[in-house]
Design a protein around this ligand. Structure first.
Ligand SMILES: [Ca+2]
Ligand SMILES: [Ca+2]
Ligand SMILES: [Ca+2]
Ligand SMILES: [Ca+2]
Length: 479
């Protein structure tokens, strides 16, 4: 957890060169699938304009596929129709992968955000993918989410249907009221909101994705869509939708453009988060996060899981669960480093996030002064969970043994004692009672040697995820 201190405070103060390096690293990590040269070009342009008042550089057009990772404050510099309300209602915060975009619709407001990303060339078929997390988003009625559009006029929005004089189409995504459409009260159904030529009224048509597409609060989802425009004049347009790699929606036989409208193409990704438009006022704060957006004209982008280097690891589901709960963030942009030993500092950071410990003004240790984990180390020490390693030291970057980890779990959670002796290799060890208590709940099942706990072995980061996931899941269901 090299990034355990949270969203890097240096993120917004990176030099343009550093930002460019990060973008190129990201492109490499994504296996060359994404080549965000449009973003890099924007960075270059910023360099020129901030260092010289006489030189102007033309921004090269973006190319597809296009990735928007929401990593720097100027992410919207190349987007169209960015407004002051968008500035007020959005901010960068921790996202799915490093930073992400938080969007808030305050009570009695409707627009969270709504700028357009302009396609470099107009295409007839396109795909998009983004991650979305409802932090506190329980709307009383429906509204819009990001999607694709071709709106050269004022039509295909605001209950203005396409006309021969002013053609347009749009297929934004849709949220419906929390608790509607078969959802629980904390769930929000999603779908498409579509302006097309055969829509039943003047407003767009609701095309819900059904009960396989209900979003819970506090969980990252991966939404993918596909729009294939119709042959001009024919009814052969297609919309498709996927949620977390499951194909959940398909609609064929659509008409978005008339016979004479061959020029009307897919031209925008519309980053719209909008409450309504019915006349019902928004009565509450609505907050969600968006990250990891990709727009493509060559096929599905796909939804890889959070970390690459845990693929196939037996601990992967628990690592993913710990990430979804925002307890772990990985060691690089998309790696978890599962086989690295867990350090005492990382242990402190993990437990600090899980237990949400109160602040302390005490400084317990001398050897962690200025360490990224000094705050968590002090908070755990104040609670009596973490003890030093002697002489006012805490040895933050040392590993934690499996025996020590059992003791730390016992001090952190109300784990009952056990009279059963579970393992033979810890007999007489100072941690034996802790190990037996943790084993009695099924939190540990021992190590690779049958009947052993491997008390003196290090705890590795993948094992830590499983031990903590099982502990927290037990803890949450304990009265
Ligand atoms: Ca991001
Ligand atoms: Ca994985
Ligand atoms: Ca200190
Ligand atoms: Ca024993």
């Amino acid at each position: 957890m090299a990034d355990s201190a949270g969203l890097s405070p240096t993120l917004v103060s990176l030099t343009p060169v550093q930002r460019l390096v990060r973008i190129l690293v990201l492109a490499t990590l994504l296996g060359g699938v994404v080549i965000p040269l449009g973003v890099a070009a924007q960075t270059t342009e910023t360099t020129t304009t901030t260092t010289s008042t006489t030189t102007t550089t033309t921004i090269p057009p973006p190319i597809l596929p296009h990735a928007e990772q929401f990593e720097s404050l100027g992410w919207h510099d190349t987007w169209i129709d960015w407004r002051s309300s968008d500035e007020r209602n959005t901010r960068l915060t921790r996202g799915y992968q490093e930073a992400g975009l938080l969007v808030n619709i305050p009570p009695n407001e409707r627009r969270g955000t709504g700028p357009f990303w302009r396609f470099p060339e107009e295409v007839d078929e396109a795909w998009f993918r983004y991650r979305i997390r409802l932090d506190d988003f329980r709307p009383i009625t429906s509204g819009k989410l990001p999607g694709l559009a071709g709106t050269p006029n004022f039509t295909a929005r605001g209950c203005n249907p396409s006309t021969e004089e002013h053609p347009g189409w749009s297929a934004r995504m849709l949220f419906q009221g929390a608790g509607t459409g078969g959802a629980d009260t904390d769930q929000v159904p999603i779908g498409y909101y579509v302006y097309h030529l055969d829509q039943p009224g003047v407003c767009g048509e609701f095309m819900p994705w059904g009960t396989d597409a209900l979003l819970d609060q506090d969980w990252w989802y991966c939404v993918e869509g596909r729009v294939k425009l119709n042959t001009p004049g024919a009814n052969d347009g297609v919309l498709e939708g996927w949620l977390d790699n499951s194909h959940v929606f398909s609609r064929t036989g659509l008409a978005f453009r008339r016979a004479a409208e061959d020029w009307l193409d897919i031209r925008n990704f519309w980053l719209n988060v909008y409450f309504g438009g019915s006349t019902i006022p928004n009565d509450r704060d609505l907050t969600l996060r968006i990250d990891d957006l990709v727009v493509s004209d060559t096929g599905r982008v796909g939804c890889p899981d959070r970390f690459r280097d845990d693929d196939g690891n037996p601990h992967e589901p628990n690592i993913e669960w710990m990430f979804q709960n925002e307890y772990v963030y990985g060691c690089t942009v998309d790696n978890y480093c599962p086989s690295r030993a867990l350090t005492r500092a990382q242990t402190a950071a993990l437990l600090d996030r899980i237990l949400e410990l109160p602040a302390t003004g005490d400084d317990f240790f001398a050897d962690d002064d200025g360490h990224w984990a000094e705050g968590p180390l002090n908070r755990l020490a104040a609670e009596g969970i973490l003890r030093g390693c002697g002489d006012s030291r805490v040895c933050p970057d040392d590993g934690v043994t499996r025996g020590q980890f059992a003791a730390i779990l016992n001090r952190s959670f109300p784990i009952p004692a056990s009279t059963t002796d579970h393992f033979s290799d810890d007999d007489g060890n100072i941690f034996e009672a802790d190990i037996n208590a943790v084993a009695a709940l099924g939190i540990t099942r021992g190590c690779h040697i049958p009947g052993h706990y491997c008390t003196w072995d290090p705890v590795y980061r993948d094992q830590a995820a499983t031990l903590l996931a099982r502990t927290v899941q037990w803890w949450r269901t304990t009265p």
